[in-house]
Design a protein around this ligand. Structure first.
Ligand SMILES: Cc1ncc(COP(=O)(O)O)c(C=O)c1O
Length: 444
């Protein structure tokens, strides 16, 4: 194999693509066919009746989910977005309130506040875990804080113990966005069960999936009832049901179908194996990459089981003198799919920058009943910005369809690029031109 970097015209280390992730097999196919044979694809009714809780497969998945995760209540949804919206609704947050949330997450973690007319207040992340922490949350608490959405980003279960203590002192509901962390654990407890409400995603990209889908879990019977109501047309149910607290009891249709529930039951059986596979592969990758100049790899910690939804490396360009985009482009040229950063810190999106959500007058940001003083300025969460714009490199090759050989190829690619980094440094020369052209081609 030529040692010349592929980005400079050498042979790539890896000539075949890394395997795609696939978890659907004959079990799911069989389960779907049984639903088709029954012909009842969903059994929900948006009225106070036995069918308010959905059909047999939905209720079965909820029992199985609750049993697996050791919680009192599991409430299926048609997505984690719906689950997060219902969770913020269940917390009672509304216009005039604030919801503290991570900026380094998929948009729905924060828009869950916006749809209830509440204001997302972004707390910075910890550079080691990429999650918000009790310290960064404390800086953002105000008399208006009604809820906190903590995200187990990349599959890492956030440090919930001090967060829950802080929230209890201030009587604040904590929601765990566990979309990316099913099967992860912290101090012997499952991710998703570490807060007042946990929300899992079952979308196609997740560790287990039903195409689209989600599950909210809680041990709190009052919150469970509110989640069920918001899922299914609360406003026409609360009267007959005799629900006294009707704040935020405006319902939606967040209902899961029998087909997705049938798939979900089969997928749940596979979860443990799928997460264990990720863990073993990630450990191999970490062992191979540890100590490479300029790279910080995720280290296994005692009492933490990382879900490795994404395998995330921090890159320090001051060590190599090579900007991250060029380093990443060199990795990709060798056949390793990597992405720079994850998502822009949410507050940099137009909705927050222009403070335009509902209507033309800036609701909820400019609502007169809101007495807080939220900021969405650039620099608000310096660690999140530094991680996203400068340091983070994400790999999505760590999953059960990959092999140890695949991990060894990834290690070989990193090692080759790091070894030959100086070839990328030559300024104003042919190499710089080649690298810049490769980066520009990737961007276009
Ligand atoms: C952290 C996080 N929260 C919420 C969601 C929303 O999940 P869904 O696509 O099931 O609505 C996602 C999905 O990517 C996510 O990664």
């Amino acid at each position: 194999m030529s040692e010349k970097l592929a980005i400079l015209g050498g042979d790539p280390v890896r000539k075949v693509p890394f395997p795609a992730y696939r978890t659907i097999g004959p079990e799911e196919k069989q389960a779907v066919m049984e639903v088709m044979d029954d012909g009842v694809l969903s059994q929900f009714l948006g009225t106070w009746s036995p069918d308010f809780f959905g059909g047999p497969r939905v209720q079965k998945l909820e029992r199985e989910w609750a049993h697996h995760f050791g919680v009192k209540h599991a409430i299926t949804m048609n997505s984690a977005t719906s689950g997060l919206y219902a969770a913020v609704g269940a917390s009672g947050a509304g216009p005039g309130d604030e919801v503290v949330v991570s900026p380094y997450t998929m948009a729905a973690s924060a828009t869950a506040a916006v749809v209830y007319g509440a204001i997302p207040v972004f707390a910075d992340i910890d550079p080691r875990t990429f999650c918000i922490s009790a310290e960064t949350i404390r800086e953002r608490l105000s008399p208006y804080t009604k809820a906190i959405v903590v995200v187990d980003i990349f599959g890492y279960p956030a440090d919930f113990e001090p967060i829950m203590r802080l929230a209890q002192e201030h009587n604040i509901v904590v929601i765990e966005d566990a979309a990316q962390s099913p099967g992860a654990r912290r101090n012997g407890k499952w991710a998703g069960t570490l807060a007042d409400i946990g929300v899992f995603s079952l979308n196609y990209h997740k560790t287990i999936h039903t195409g689209e889908g989600g599950v909210a879990v809680t041990d709190d019977t009052r919150l469970a009832e509110r989640l069920q109501l918001i899922r299914n047309h609360a406003e026409v149910v609360v009267g007959k049901k005799g629900t006294a607290d009707i704040v935020n009891m405006v319902g939606f249709n967040y209902r899961m179908t029998e087909i997705e529930a049938a798939i979900g039951s089969e997928q749940l059986k596979k979860l443990e194996r799928l997460v264990s596979a990720r863990e073993a592969l990630a450990n191999r990758l970490t062992a191979g990459l540890r100590g490479l100049a300029g790279l910080t790899v995720p280290e296994a910690e005692p009492d933490i089981r990382h879900g490795y939804y994404l395998y995330t490396i921090r890159y320090d360009s001051s060590v190599s003198g090579i900007p991250r985009d060029q380093f990443a482009a060199a990795l990709r040229s060798e056949g390793l799919p990597v992405s720079e950063g994850y998502v822009r810190p949410n507050y940099l999106e137009p909705m927050y920058q222009q403070k335009i959500a509902f209507g033309r007058d800036g609701f909820p940001f400019t609502y007169g009943g809101y007495k807080g003083n939220v900021s969405y300025d650039r620099g608000l969460c310096p660690v999140a910005e530094q991680m996203h714009f400068e340091e983070v490199i994400c790999l999505s090759i760590v999953h059960a369809n990959a092999t140890m050989d695949d991990m060894d190829d990834a290690v070989a690619i990193f090692r080759k690029v790091v070894r030959r980094l100086s070839d990328l440094v030559v300024t104003h020369g042919e190499n710089t031109r080649l690298v810049q052209r490769a980066c520009a081609e990737e961007r276009s």
